[in-house]
Design a protein around this ligand. Structure first.
Ligand code: NAD
Length: 358
């Protein structure tokens, strides 16, 4: 039987951390080809091509410095060259670049390939709604697409600190194949068939993380931050309930749900830049450039994409936290108005019997 060949589409902070795991597992397990290709957006670092640096020193000096990648990871600057022979395509790039790459890859990959998206964010669909990135991949490349989301800050994963993750996949045959490619003693995989909800959790938590960062910047303390996290979770649940009915509440208690929400509201880059947004008064775009060394912020654009849809459906006031966070990011309201905006949250409105609505 021929071996399964794997390509990682992306080589940023998370792409490189996941390459450490996938490279080791592909080499260790007999069912996978040893060589794993990694599409790397080419850039020059001190006069040298990043792909050449990765392929000679086995370190992504820009996005994951201080970590050696397995030697069977081969960086390739041409996405078609990297992806054309792959049976499993792992998509791990900032979501704003997926359409462009998808267009380049269309018709040039194996028709039997399957995708797995690690991308957190949405695409703005024609007509005002949003489209899930895994659905976009399926539409553009005509391949099924599973997802992997979880409380997985890339540097901690690269340090091999224990964590959990959630793989969302419908096809029962694919579940063990994907699990085995990622599972390690310190990266524990739970598989779910609630694929859309798994993916939506991963995208929406970045909005809430901006709210947590504003709370930190305002010096409001841990109780306020816990309230923002709780209200954020309730809006995530409601969002899935309203727009993707039929999903399971239990999914929010997997790593992709509450666990990712907590870690990102304490440790992630969206929280960090949002805190600096309040304390420095600089714009989100300037802070992204200054603080992230080429890494991309997902929270503010995801807030904008979600707001675009909520506005179109006259549902902004049903999601007051998401709405307030978006308005703060674009400078429409001041960060210190966050609490005013959520004080009368539907969650705080009692029903006639005195109990809260949910
Ligand atoms: N970093 C994390 O801790 C983490 C964890 C889980 C999920 N994610 C998600 O993974 C995805 C990828 O994030 P990341 O952290 O690997 O990336 P990153 O933000 O660290 O790096 C940005 C990447 O984008 C590439 N890039 C820049 N311009 C490009 C272009 N025009 N076309 C294509 N690529 C371009 C850069 O080369 C770089 O590889 C995001 O959706 C993110 O939300 C990240």
């Amino acid at each position: 039987m021929s071996k399964t060949s794997v390509c990682i589409v992306g080589s940023g902070n998370w792409g490189s951390a996941i390459a450490k795991i996938v490279g080791v597992n592909a080499k260790r397990l007999p069912q996978y080809e040893d060589k794993v290709t990694m599409y790397c957006f080419e850039e020059m670092i001190e006069g040298k091509k990043l792909t050449e640096i990765i392929n000679t020193t086995h370190e992504n000096v820009k996005y994951l410095p201080g970590h050696k990648l397995p030697e069977n990871i081969v960086a390739i600057p041409d996405v078609v060259e990297a992806a054309k022979d792959a049976d499993i395509l792992i998509f791990v790039i900032p979501h704003q670049f997926i359409k462009g790459l998808g267009a380049q890859m269309s018709g040039k990959i194996k028709s039997s390939a399957i995708g797995l998206s690690l991308i957190k964010g949405f695409d703005v669909a024609e007509g005002g709604g949003i489209q899930l990135i895994s659905h976009l991949i399926t539409k553009h490349l005509s391949i099924p697409c599973a997802v992997l989301m979880g409380a997985n800050l890339a540097n901690e994963v690269a340090d091999e600190k224990f964590c959990e993750t959630t793989i969302g996949v419908k096809d029962k045959k694919m579940a063990p194949i994907l699990r085995d490619l990622f599972q390690t003693p310190n990266f524990r995989v739970v598989v779910s068939d609630d694929v859309d909800a798994v993916e939506i959790c991963g995208a929406l938590k970045n909005i809430v993380a901006c709210g947590a960062g504003f709370v930190d910047g305002l010096g409001l303390g841990d109780n306020t931050k816990a309230a923002v996290i709780r209200l954020g979770l309730m809006e995530m649940i409601k969002f899935v309930d309203v727009f993707y009915p039929g999903s399971k509440l239990a999914t929010f208690f997997e790593s992709c749900g509450i666990a990712d929400l907590i870690t990102t509201c304490y440790g992630g880059r969206n929280r960090k830049c949002s805190e600096a947004f309040v304390t420095s008064g600089k714009s989100i775009a300037d802070l992204e450039k200054e603080m992230l060394n080429g890494q991309k912020l997902q929270g503010p654009i995801t807030a904008e994409e979600v707001n675009h849809m909520l506005k179109g459906k006259s549902m902004e006031e049903k999601f007051p936290l998401f709405t307030a966070i978006h308005k703060i990011c674009i400078g429409q309201i001041k960060p210190d108005q966050l609490i005013d905006c959520i004080r009368s949250h539907p969650e705080h409105m009692d029903c006639s019997d005195g109990f809260s609505k949910l």
